[in-house]
Write a protein that binds this ligand. Structure first.
Ligand code: NCD
Length: 320
């Protein structure tokens, strides 16, 4: 583990009762989470990968949108912390009978649930809930808005490889407009002092991004040469209701991360992807499966990072 994690951190509690987005966290909050995640990662190396920290809490996982990694990762994190858990998926619920989000949640909370982990297709859904209920909310992805635990696990994984991230150069490549991973990563990396560059077709980069102080490029080769690590994002066809580029083949030709492109660089960069990967579209298999890729380390670290988030929110709940 990078040494600077050890220098952390006077702060013992998160400044926020919820994790709605990285936007609402301070740099000290982020460092506290990353520091705790390192400790939980150590727990996960033990033969008995379990601690009793959340034995007194009940958590509901509410997934109104498809998920593989995030859902399993949260569930595992909760089990490793000994929480009682309930899993809810929208397709098997009374949501289909016309129940509102607030009614669904209030009915669940009436059964004495302490924390809600929620993925929802609407941006702002987690914020809305936090204004109406007393349980602690963790945003597991709200539409195209934020995916805070993904950004935290990305930062954690980058720190393991690159050490202190301050001054490092990270590129985020692909469908920025439809990606909640992009916005959360931008906020998180900037708060850690990283230089962030966004790269993709102009149609997939929202204009407001310039106001966030990131560099913008449409040149993939120049961007790969510039960065220490490239976070390659999926083309989110399911959220694209018009055509943003002529064809997948053309996208791959201009923006696909492939071995030929990496071989032309003067250095070895770190390759990341939050998954699910569209092999052969935004990234080729020989890159995704290469030594440079930390895609599976990201998944592994997700459990420790989510344990840290849940643990720190629980500590705050108990304190207040
Ligand atoms: C991402 C998501 O759902 O936002 N996946 C994930 O959580 N690991 C990215 C994506 O869907 O492309």
């Amino acid at each position: 583990m990078a040494s600077h994690n050890a220098e952390n951190s006077e702060q013992k509690f998160l400044s926020q009762p919820h994790l709605l987005g990285i936007k609402y966290l301070t740099a000290a909050d982020i460092r506290l989470i990353l520091h705790s995640a390192a400790q939980f990662k150590e727990v996960l190396q033990r033969p008995i990968k379990k601690v009793p920290s959340l034995r007194d809490l009940t958590i509901v996982n509410l997934f109104f949108e498809n998920s593989t990694r995030t859902r399993i990762s949260f569930e595992l994190a909760e089990k490793r912390l000994s929480a009682d858990i309930i899993n809810f998926s929208a397709s098997a619920s009374s949501v289909n009978k016309g129940e509102t989000l607030l009614d669904t949640i209030n009915n669940i909370l009436a059964m004495k649930v302490d924390m809600v982990v929620m993925r929802h297709p609407q941006a702002g859904a987690a914020m809305f809930l936090s204004q109406h209920i007393s349980a602690s909310i963790v945003n597991a992805g709200d539409g195209t808005h934020e995916h805070p635990t993904q950004a935290l696990l990305d930062a954690f994984s980058l720190q393991e490889i690159l050490g202190n991230l301050s001054g490092k150069k990270i590129a985020i490549i692909g469908d920025i407009a439809h990606s909640r991973v992009a916005l959360s990563n931008i906020f998180c990396l900037q708060k850690l002092g990283v230089k962030v560059r966004i790269c993709g077709p102009a149609t997939l980069i929202p204009r407001y991004l310039e106001d966030l102080g990131v560099e913008i490029s449409h040149n993939i080769d120049d961007t790969l040469q510039w960065c220490d690590a490239a976070n390659v994002l999926r083309i989110q066809l399911e959220r694209q209701h018009i055509r943003y580029f002529p064809s997948s083949r053309e996208y791959t030709q201009y923006f696909g991360v492939n071995k030929a492109r990496l071989d032309r660089l003067e250095k070895k960069i770190v390759i990341m992807h939050p998954g699910p990967i569209n092999r052969g579209v935004e990234i080729d298999s020989d890159v995704a499966d290469s030594q440079q890729s930390i895609i599976l380390q990201q998944v592994e670290n997700g459990v420790a990072v989510r344990m840290a988030v849940l643990y720190l929110l629980a500590e705050r709940l108990r304190k207040h």
